[in-house]
Write a protein that binds this ligand. Sequence first.
Ligand code: EPU
Length: 435
Amino acid sequence: MDKYVIHGGTALHGEVEISGAKNAAVAIIPAALLVEGVCRIENIPQISDTDMLLTILAELGARVSYINRTTIEIDCTDARYQDAPYDLMRKIRASYYLIGSMLGRFGSAKTTMPGGCNFGVRPIDQHIKGMTALGADVSVKNGFVYADALGGRLHGARIYLDKVSVGATMNIMIAAVLASGRTIIENAAREPHIVDLANFLNSMGADVRGAGTDTIKVNGVEKLHGGSYSIIPDQIEAGTYMVAAAATGGEVLVKNVIPKHLECISAKLRETGTIVQEYEDSVLVKGASNLRRVNVKTMPYPGFPTDMQPQMGALLCLANGTSVITEGIYDNRFKYVNELRKMGAEIQVDGRIAIIEGGRRLTGAPVMACDLRAGAAMVIAGMCAAGETQVEDIHFIERGYENFVGKLRALGADISLVSFPDEAETGSDKIIAFG
Ligand code: EPU
């Protein structure tokens, strides 16, 4: 079993380069299925989620080749309809984008439901509502999603999302690109990766307008052509290093970022007394000796991202006073609190609210990464704690953070990836889905 072993107490110092955005890449890779031609995609993050999606595309007949560590070429000219591979699909939440891209390309899709979730019920009813409005007959049976475009091709439609959903917004955009006529998505999500997906699609010949606002218009086209595209930097990876610098009281230049995407995180960090200086494509974070308490509420972009909530939770254990975190997106994203308690944190949770009594000295302990961001929070807590912390279930972390250990070590953290002899492994039933 692989674990991260961390000896806390070292402030992070130096520079870290941020990789391409996971949640953009996991939509852009499936969207490449719409393109008959070569898509050259730069700034692909080296994480297991993107590896899995590339394998799924290859199984559908795509030619995938690495040009260098972060640049790939995907050629889906010879892709053909078949059931998407079940074992890979169920492991990754973003596999739901195959519903949109297979429907758009082939007029049919059969995929697995994105598997069990780590933070409460995560339905895909808004995805289904969108595909149905576009003219697909969609049914869910025995864990599979079956979708068929009536007449073989989707048509444009006006779709109002009942919930602001990143996944549904992007999935409908993907499906609508090759549909006949115009699609209008209202109450659309506005995250940076939504704009990135639209830019990718447009650079391959699509006509998507309004991404980044709550109304997106997609004028369907007959065909997409090959092209080149570079994925934006990862907002959440950058935010994680920013919080890590603040929590350890260090000084870190976070490079290759779009500071505008980080404003919600920078503003909260400044409230804690942390200094955040913005430059053109980097931010400098200087930790304060005395962190102040803050309240945080997670919201859709441009609000504070739910994917930064656990990392902020770890930081607020160290801040003086009582902080309140309100989770505005998911029903159950506080599982990591039990792990922080093992390290001496004092946190009460009531539904979607966590009350953190800060100013505690954390002590190292064996803890679990309950999911990707919870795992990142454990690593941050471990770097601030006295003594040794061992973080288990790190496969979750490696789904979304490229070279996490290497980047943190380069900043001076005492963290290592250590293989321990297998205990009673429970195997694949532990991994359900993520993203
Ligand atoms: N929702 C519905 N019905 C739907 C879709 C969503 O009720 O059809 C609800 C969800 O249950 C949730 C809320 O709407 O309460 C928002 O969910 P959303 O659809 O926006 O989330 P997602 O597409 O499933 C993506 C990211 C998550 C990130 C959220 C919110 C991917 C693969 N995943 O999930 O990323 O938390 O958006 O920003 O893009 C992560 O990277 O750690 C991660 C979990």
